[in-house]
Design a binder for this molecule. Structure first.
Ligand code: AMP
Ligand code: ZN
Length: 132
């Protein structure tokens, strides 16, 4: 059984931020920033690339509410919402989850950077995405 399923069934303790029949939100053990929260469906599914849309949208709906609540009540200036899908994208726990990471300063311990890599043929990329 995966570590988040163990949190759902109470085998592993957690600091619960929110719970209903389908969703659980709890403080991330690593607290990248104060209030860093994980939101999951109670049902074990893997990630956006391998999940029914209904389950995914239920989680996203709650992420919206909780991100706003957390940012407001912790006086955050902003928030990052992160969903890693598969190992190549940094997913280490294979149970669908969103990170809500409140931001208080640009100089905190989270760094997100987008750097140019190889040039792409944009027309070709569009064709591929559209399946043409
Ligand atoms: P990811 O790298 O996107 O798969 O994120 C997994 C997250 O789960 C990491 O940020 C971990 O700190 C967090 N995590 C792992 N185990 C626990 C736990 N027992 N309680 C709370 N958070 C956890
Ligand atoms: Zn699981």
């Amino acid at each position: 059984m995966c570590i988040f399923c163990k949190i759902v069934n109470g085998e592993i303790p957690s600091y619960k931020v929110y719970e209903d029949d389908d969703i659980l939100a709890f403080l991330d053990i690593s607290q990248v920033t104060k209030g860093h929260t994980i939101v999951i469906p109670k049902k074990h599914v893997t990630n956006i690339l391998d999940t029914d849309k209904e389950t995914y949208l239920k989680v996203v709906d709650k992420v919206y509410d909780l991100a706003n609540k957390i940012a407001k009540n912790l006086n955050a200036s902003g928030v990052n919402i992160l969903h890693n899908a598969n190992e190549v994208a940094g997913q280490s726990v294979n149970h669908l989850h969103f990170h809500i990471i409140p931001r208080y300063s640009k100089d905190d311990s989270i760094k997100i950077s987008f750097e140019d890599s190889e040039k792409q043929d944009m027309d070709q990329v569009l064709k591929q995405i559209k399946g043409e």
